[in-house]
Design a protein around this ligand. Structure first.
Ligand code: GDP
Ligand code: MN
Length: 377
């Protein structure tokens, strides 16, 4: 999960990583007010979930509050690599003498966290990584040992940072690593780490990605998630915790297990139908989950029929049948529904469905043929 620079900086502040003073603004007038409060030269920065904002015109310097307002009016609403800018960060501008790079991420191939330091940070770090990889000092951490003082000294030395910055750089790295670990980040990056005219180090940019698989225990951070889905139904499904992908056809597909659902999509397609979605109710699906799944599929008004394909293992067919019947009752289902149940408690499930107007199918093939005939696509 991506978070914005201003949010990453708030986290940095909690770990005592020095950052410039500043505040976020949603309108040019708010940006002006922040600049007035700061009362100095400021930088106005687009807050969007993409990198390279500087090069794309999303970062502007302003001498005073009036200029800050003008810069904000240019940046707000701007389209940056496909994303619309809705907020800007207005900060005290840094007096930049040199730009360094600090980053920590997961190296999957090595199964370790890797710490990276470079004395040539800034907007061209990606190019440096390709053309002069030796300018980036790297260290893979043993998870049982973590980041030690001598690691930090070695990194600063190998990166060629000026000796007078080594001690401060060490503090940044320790704080960054502690932050990275405690918030379950998959990336924590300061680029540039600025060496200022007064000889201090300052994190003028901040990038943090959080491991999605850790969001269940990072509740506060999970709230920072913004709907990045372009599709409103996918966004709603996500909110409901339903595994759903929207497609452009008119036959809703529900099954248990990703493989079974994908196969069902293929078979429906082969029979001449056009699937409207992928939806996996998962293992051990309860009646309530089945009902929620049907409701989710019906959010797409293109859906003219639904096929449900369940292989009962852990999932019990009678439980699924109850969910389907519940959904038909409570949702006032107006489209045909073909159901194929096989496996655990198949007979009980089929018996329950036999008393309804639902269309039973004996096999996946049979289900696909029936729904295609009913929908007529
Ligand atoms: P990114 O392009 O999205 O990575 O955004 P950054 O925050 O890294 O800013 C990009 C570049 O803008 C930096 O490398 C600096 O050269 C410049 N910049 C950003 N903030 C300041 C500032 O406070 N003062 C000055 N002089 N330049 C800045
Ligand atoms: Mn940057």
């Amino acid at each position: 999960m991506k978070i914005h620079e201003y949010q990453a900086k708030q986290l940095f502040a909690q770990y005592a990583v020095p950052i410039p003073k500043g505040e976020v603004a949603s309108t040019p007038a708010e940006a002006r007010a922040v600049a007035e409060k700061l009362d100095c030269k400021v930088v106005v920065k687009a807050q969007v979930h993409v990198g390279g904002r500087g090069k794309a015109g999303g970062i502007k310097l302003a001498e005073n509050a009036a200029q800050a307002e003008e810069a904000a009016s240019q940046i707000l609403g701007m389209n940056l690599k496909g994303l619309t800018v809705e907020k800007v960060l207005v900060e005290e501008a840094a007096d930049i003498q040199a730009e360094y790079y600090l980053g920590i991420t997961v190296d999957r191939a090595r199964r370790r966290d890797v710490v990276m330091v470079s004395s040539v940070g800034g907007v061209d770090i990606e190019e440096v990584a390709v053309t002069a990889p030796d300018k980036i000092a790297k260290l893979h951490l043993d998870p049982a040992v973590g980041l030690l003082d001598f690691h930090v000294r070695r990194l600063a030395y190998e990166a060629g940072l000026p000796p007078e910055t080594h001690r401060a750089c060490g503090k940044f790295l320790h704080a960054l690593y502690r932050c990275y670990q405690e918030i379950d980040a998959s990336l924590a990056e300061i680029n540039p780490l600025v060496f200022t005219g007064s000889g201090d180090l300052l994190a003028t940019d901040a990038k943090i990605n959080i491991d999605d698989s850790a969001l269940f225990r990072q509740r506060k951070l999970a709230e920072l998630r913004e709907d990045q889905e372009d599709d409103p139904i996918e966004a709603e499904a996500h909110k409901r915790g339903v595994t759903y992908v929207r497609l452009d056809g008119d036959i809703g597909i529900i099954g248990n297990g990703a493989g079974l659902v994908m196969t069902t999509l293929d078979v429906v397609q082969r029979e001449g139908g056009r699937p409207a979605n992928f939806l996996d109710v998962g293992g051990g699906a309860t009646a309530a989950q089945v009902e929620l799944s049907i409701d989710t599929v019906l959010l797409d008004k293109n859906v003219k029929g639904i096929v449900i394909n369940i292989f009962g293992g852990i999932t019990r067919c009678d439980e699924v049948a109850k969910g389907i019947i519940g959904a038909v009752d409570s949702l006032d289902l107006a489209v045909p529904l073909v159901v194929r149940l096989t496996g655990t408690r198949e007979e009980e499930g089929k018996a329950l469905l036999a008393e309804t107007a639902l269309v039973p199918a004996d096999s996946m093939q049979d289900a696909a043929q029936k729904i295609v005939a009913l929908v007529g696509s």
